[in-house]
Design a protein around this ligand. Structure first.
Ligand SMILES: *[C@@H]1O[C@H](CO)[C@@H](O)[C@H](O)[C@H]1NC(C)=O
Ligand SMILES: *[C@@H]1O[C@H](CO)[C@@H](O)[C@H](O)[C@H]1NC(C)=O
Ligand SMILES: *[C@@H]1O[C@H](CO)[C@@H](O)[C@H](O)[C@H]1NC(C)=O
Length: 470
């Protein structure tokens, strides 16, 4: 019976699309509805404004045997999508949804009001400058799923990369008009692993195939986990110098945690991290100078829960935005509008995925060495009030690459004010964003848009002079 209804609905939908298509003169066949058409999102619940761009969401099967499918939400650029580059955006965790963070509170066009029902347009959405593809990765995150339940207990960096590559190849088949388009990977936090790993997989795939079916031009990561040793050094130093922890705890952290994995930490180190967490008190470690959410926030521990035990403290700026998205994306009519398969309990971050994470190499610096020589544009940015992967960690990471400087340290400007600092190395550009926390586009949306514009254009960050001249 259910099946019959489904067929009927589908049939009606086909008819409708055919009728709509009849009046427009694009290159699609009038007689055939593509999966791309079926993925088109027409209007979202709680959307009381019109948008001029098309957007699409749905699943791409990445493994037929265990029936793994990744969920995406794709926003075309506001103007002239056919002449704009394509960006894949990834959040980290591991276990956090790119739709929860990237779309709904950072760079996406649809943000959610505190009622959890109504949307508002983000004036600094990155689809002003590019086509943006949000991917919930790996399976078990957001709306992505596997029909083999053991898959959720066996996620790790390697399979995440493999599945993401399969996703991209199949996504380009579904959206052939984007094949060959200038393509960039951008992500933050634990995506400091995903992004270079996926970039490497794409570069190697293209090399093996002797073609550039995925026309990758570069990648950018922010507050990115990169190298466990250097990231640990930097985070402990940051917490100590910002006055968040005691001298004694600082010494103990350096003695027992410096050489630990971020993801798989020893008991001894965990105990000291717990102590550090107690000393921090109820601040938001993702943005140490902004208020924390004092409402009833579910423990979200988006990143590195073992570090800082953030499960107990990790409310952050709106400061309660993730709470709103939990309400919104669990609404059945929202899930229906986004083509979510069955009613699904949706979480911003999955504790199950995070705590069962398997392989996580202690460093991705070797990938930087490989990719810098492949000619990709590589940028690293850092919100400098984040205590999770702070600017000190990132500076130690970059220092470890031992790259010659091309253009020395200087301030960059936004509206006549220092937006942050930048330094250009051979093969890599570093940009800090002043006063931004872990999620740079959440805290400094305007500066973040300036950043992505500079990155896409390949220009350096604006100087004071350029601002005066423009
Ligand atoms: C959105 O577009 C529809 C159809 O063109 C129009 O009727 C409606 O008034 C518009 N809504 C807003 C808020 O502009
Ligand atoms: C997972 O199982 C459901 C229910 O049987 C099915 O509809 C869906 O297509 C399966 N997913 C994949 C990726 O095969
Ligand atoms: C806070 O959360 C608890 C447990 O989930 C719930 O019982 C309570 O009603 C919530 N309070 C508010 C003010 O939302």
């Amino acid at each position: 019976m259910d099946n019959l209804k489904w067929v009927l609905v589908l049939h009606l939908f086909f008819l409708l699309v055919k009728i709509q298509r009849g009046s427009c003169s694009d290159s699609f066949s009038l007689h055939q509805v593509s999966q791309q058409d079926l993925d088109r999102v027409l209007r979202l619940p709680g959307q009381d404004f019109n948008v001029s761009f098309a957007h699409f969401s749905g699943y791409v099967t990445v493994n037929e045997v265990s029936e793994r499918a990744l969920f995406y939400w794709f926003m075309e650029a506001v103007h002239h999508p056919s002449s704009k580059p394509l960006i894949l955006w990834l959040n980290g965790g591991p276990g956090c949804s790119s739709i929860a963070y990237g779309e709904a509170e950072e760079i996406g066009p649809f943000h959610i009001k505190p009622d959890g029902k109504t949307l508002y347009p983000n004036p600094y959405s990155w689809n002003k400058v590019a086509n943006i593809l949000f991917l919930d990765s790996p399976v078990g995150v957001g709306f992505s799923y596997s029909n083999t339940s053991s898959d959720l207990l066996n996620n790790g960096d390697k399979r995440t990369t493999e599945d993401s590559l399969v996703f991209l190849l199949k996504w380009f088949e579904r959206f052939p008009q984007y094949e060959g388009r200038d393509f960039y990977l951008i992500g933050e936090s634990y995506a400091g692993h995903y992004v270079p790993q996926l970039a490497q997989a794409i570069v190697r795939y293209n090399r093996a195939k002797r073609e550039k079916s995925i026309n990758i031009k570069g990648y950018m990561v922010g507050n990115a986990l990169t190298d466990d040793f250097n990231d640990h050094l930097g985070v402990f130093q940051f917490m100590w110098s910002a006055g968040l922890i005691s001298d004694e705890t600082y010494k103990l952290l350096n003695a027992f945690c410096d050489f630990q994995s971020f993801i798989h930490t020893s008991k001894q180190c965990e105990n000291i991290l717990e102590r550090a967490s107690d000393e921090l008190g109820n601040i938001d470690p993702y943005s140490i100078f902004t208020p924390s959410c004092t409402g009833n926030v579910s423990s979200s521990n988006r990143l590195l829960k073992r570090l800082l035990r953030v499960g107990h403290v990790s409310e952050k700026y709106d400061p309660c935005t993730e709470k709103h998205s939990v309400v919104y994306f669990n609404r059945p009519e929202v899930q229906k509008a986004l083509h979510v398969l069955a009613p699904t309990k949706w979480e911003t971050c999955s504790e199950e995925i995070n705590s069962n994470w398997k392989d996580s190499p202690s460093s991705v610096l070797d990938i930087y060495h490989e990719l810098i020589h492949s000619g990709l544009r590589i940028w690293i940015f850092s919100g400098d009030t984040d205590a999770i992967i702070p600017v000190t960690s990132t500076r130690y990471d970059i220092d470890a690459l031992k790259l010659p400087t091309v253009s020395p340290w200087r301030a960059w400007y936004d509206d006549g004010q220092v937006g942050g600092w930048t330094q250009q190395y051979e093969g890599l550009t570093f940009v800090t964003v002043r006063g931004a926390g872990h999620e740079v586009p959440l805290h400094k949306p305007k500066q973040a848009l300036t950043l992505v514009k500079a990155f896409l254009s390949g220009n350096s960050m604006p100087t004071l002079q350029e601002l005066r001249n423009s």
